[in-house]
Ligand binder design. Structure first.
Ligand code: 8V3
Ligand code: ZN
Ligand code: ZN
Length: 523
């Protein structure tokens, strides 16, 4: 643990609060009691004893696991900024991971990602995608873990309290870019496997890995690889597990049963390609910005209701059963609001907040390309501007119906302005919502593993954002996909001071180990 850097606050890294402490003795005892209570095992039955041993191993080696996370976080594997130095870092990251997996005894294939053509004509290499496997016993189920090792950009000046690429532990929180998204969860899976390997125990399931380095940049080259490997690497895969989202709580584990999709639009308003001076042209033009602001202003009202006619028509009706589901979820709306530093949300109750994040569409306005957005008082009239907004999609909205509704609405608003400018609307991205089959064995196994390791039933949650690869796995290889998050709601993915709690990381490693054993029992 002392190899992990400490923030200069005078707080000792050894001074862990009980809140985040990972107590080896207590948790092993808890597991033992739970296994007894469930009546699944006699006290000395082999799987129960094996799990106890694995859990003990993970507790004893937790500082090594944190150290490896520190080494991985130290690699600036930023896939967003398209510069050669960072691409090199991505290659280094993927090589580190390949090496780690080889040392676990996996056979590892680093598949060449080819290259990426940027809009400015530059080409950059794409880091390899790792396909790895460990065990191919036909009697065991094969579980494939998907994760990514690229990260969002981070600079200390953005408001980080510690160096983003130096994993720093403060009060049981491990701060660093990628700690929770997604290096920590990838390593938790590897830690679970390594515990079995180190104790020379047979792995309960066959394990496969698909690990990429371009997720934050839109998973460039991934879909093509999945299609190409459908009948080879994926032919033996029975289940896919993704751990790339968060719990809705700071303490209570969750299983994710669905995510929203997204339809991303651009609306261009153009007078001419060059800007104007407002002293020379102001007063005699239909200004593109004024048109665009009116268009963007017509999309959603101040209560969050989307004003595009028909947009709610196909949204799945709310059932009584579903309403009950929200009641059970661990979320304190006041705490959530305060910790997000927001004065007031559009909704006050837990149920309304969750429903509007998960099961209703929302429209967000993201930005305007070509607008004057720097400080200062430039008297420009932009000649051409592009507005960007997106609608989060939910079951059972229809993508092409939404596209038509958006276009017709904007054309109607624009026509009422009698503007002489040109308007072009296009849907840049269409991602469908994802729905899990929670009746599937792996959800049952994960629930049992959570009960064993955390002593509680999970929150059955959805997620308001999109993990596009989930639908690709489901559609292309047609196997069950599960999202099993490890991180807490306040981990801050993509934000300054991203972290994963030591407790989540270590208990998460145990959770994956318990999951392997539960999966084996179901087969
Ligand atoms: C790029 N993009 C455009 N529309 C949707 C997306 C995916 C993006 N995914 C995430 O953030 C992963 C969260 N764990 C999002 O949902 O915004
Ligand atoms: Zn991620
Ligand atoms: Zn991310």
């Amino acid at each position: 643990m002392d190899s992990v850097g400490t923030m200069n606050t005078g707080q000792s890294i050894l001074c862990k609060t009980s809140h985040t402490d990972s107590r080896p003795v207590a948790s092993s005892l808890l597991v033992f009691l739970l296994l007894l209570e469930r009546g699944m095992f006699s006290p000395s039955s082999p799987p129960a004893r094996l799990l106890e041993k694995v859990i003990q191993y993970i507790d004893l080696h937790q500082d090594e696991f944190v150290q490896t996370l520190k080494e991985w976080v130290a690699v600036e594997s930023d896939s967003i900024q398209p510069v050669p130095r960072l691409r090199q870092e991505l290659f280094r990251m993927m090589a580190l991971a390949a090496d780690k997996l080889r040392r676990l005894g996996a056979s590892v294939d680093s598949v060449d990602g080819g290259s990426q053509q940027l809009p400015n004509g530059q080409t950059l290499p794409i880091p390899p995608i790792i396909l790895a496997e460990l065990g191919n016993d036909p009697k065991k189920p094969t579980v494939c873990f998907y994760g990514h090792l690229d990260v969002q950009p981070a600079r200390r000046e953005d408001g980080w309290l510690t160096d983003p690429y130096t994993l720093t532990e403060v009060d049981g929180k491990l701060y660093g870019r990628g700690a929770t998204d997604n290096k920590g969860p990838v390593l938790a899976w590897i830690n679970a496997v390594s515990a079995f390997r180190a104790m020379e125990e047979d792995l309960p399931v066959n394990i496969k890995f698909i690990i990429e380095g371009m997720e934050e940049a839109g998973s460039v080259a991934l879909e093509e690889l999945v299609r190409r490997e459908k009948d080879r690497f994926f032919s033996s895969v029975d289940y896919v597990v993704i751990s790339d989202n968060l719990w809705i709580s700071r303490r209570k584990p969750a299983l994710t049963c669905g995510t929203r999709g997204n339809s991303y639009f651009t609306v261009e308003v153009k007078c001419r390609d060059q800007d104007f001076h407002s002293g020379t042209f102001g007063g005699i033009l239909n200004e593109p910005m004024a048109d665009l602001i009116a268009l963007l202003g017509s999309l959603v009202d101040s209560s969050g209701h989307i004003l595009i006619p028909g947009i709610y028509d196909h949204v799945a009706p709310l059932t009584e059963e579903e309403k009950k589901m929200y009641k059970a979820i661990d979320l304190d709306p006041e705490e959530y609001r305060n910790s997000s530093q927001v004065k007031k949300f559009l909704f006050d109750t837990k149920e309304e907040i969750l429903m509007h994040l998960w099961r209703y569409p929302s429209l967000s306005i993201h930005g305007i390309e070509g607008a004057f957005e720097e400080p200062g008082a430039k008297t420009v009239i932009p000649g051409r501007v592009i507005g960007k907004f997106s609608i989060r999609l939910v079951p059972h909205m229809n993508m092409s119906v939404v596209e038509t509704q958006v276009k017709q609405h904007l054309e109607y608003i624009f026509s009422k302005r009698n503007s002489s400018n040109q308007m072009v609307v296009s849907m840049a991205l269409g991602l469908h919502p994802w729905i899990a089959n929670i009746k599937d064995n792996q959800y049952l196994a994960a629930k049992r593993a959570i009960k064993t390791v955390f002593g509680t039933e999970p929150d059955m949650i959805r997620d308001g954002s999109t993990i596009p690869i989930a639908n690709i796995f489901q559609d292309v290889i047609q196997k069950s996909v599960m999202m099993l998050p490890l991180g807490a709601v306040d981990d801050g993915e993509h934000a300054q001071n991203e972290k994963i709690n030591r407790w989540n990381y270590i208990e998460g490693s145990k959770l994956f180990a318990a999951f392997f054993l539960e999966m084996a029992k179901l087969h």
